[in-house]
Design a binder for this molecule. Sequence first.
Ligand code: ZN
Length: 315
Amino acid sequence: MYREPIFLKPVFQERIWGGEKLKQEYNYDIPSKHTGEAWVISAHPNGPNVIENGFLAGKTLAEAWNSHGELFNKKQEDYPLLVKVLDANDNLSVQVHPDDTFAREVEKQPYGKTECWYVLSAEPDAELVLGHHAKTQEELEKMMDHEEWDQLLNKVKVKAGDFFYVPSGTIHAIGEGIVILEIQQSSDITYRVYDYDRTDADGNKRELHLERSKQVATVPHQQIKLARDVQQSDGLKITTLVQEEYFSVFHWQLNGKAEQEMTTDFLQISVIEGKAELTTNESTVHVEKGEHFILPYGMGSYRLSGEAEMIVSHS
Ligand code: ZN
């Protein structure tokens, strides 16, 4: 059994709303001043990660999933999740994603997109859009047609450490000055509802998808309450952020030493603060802020030591 963490090379995506914080805060080797996203755990064809270490070095995560399913206790066709770090130097478009059924029937794509966000940093007064105020489908369509965005959209102030669960069908937008870690279904289908009438360098507005948005938006908006369960053992405090259909996400606060045992098919770990050592029976690796890796199915027990914050997720 392979018992090493799998490290991946991020893929960067330039966006009109992107900035330079992925370099400033995480020291990533970004391609430009408008880098919006680092896809840090991705088997998606639009941004496939290459494995950096071990016997699979040089292969993509998708290739590893297909040829070495035992590393993930593989139970489905595709690697199910996608992890990104997003730098919103400007507002992202207001958008909505379809569910699996709509993605398959209408887009001929395998998955819809349910996502969640852990806020890594936020400037004072930063806010995002989560949900809307329309009571009925008719009211939603009327407010969209009349561009009554201020009345329609529900805005939420955010700070570092906040967490949001965003099921498919939720109208949403990440706002200026926010850096988030996003964990989502491995899907790239977005319907743009409103883009602040922005234009690109050539003076063109980005395309909107109003009909599709109206078809997939959840009306009225449903706010799912998340209970934050906390468990402390040794030097590790584990806070459950969400446990829902597509993924479970936890915040791990490591202060000192902890022994852990793999109980899931695989584990995605994003180090968001500090440094730690991860030791198996065979080796010790050092991990630090900005690194993301996967623990394979055969990890068994392993030890952590250090001072670090991690966002840990699995399907
Ligand atoms: Zn989204």
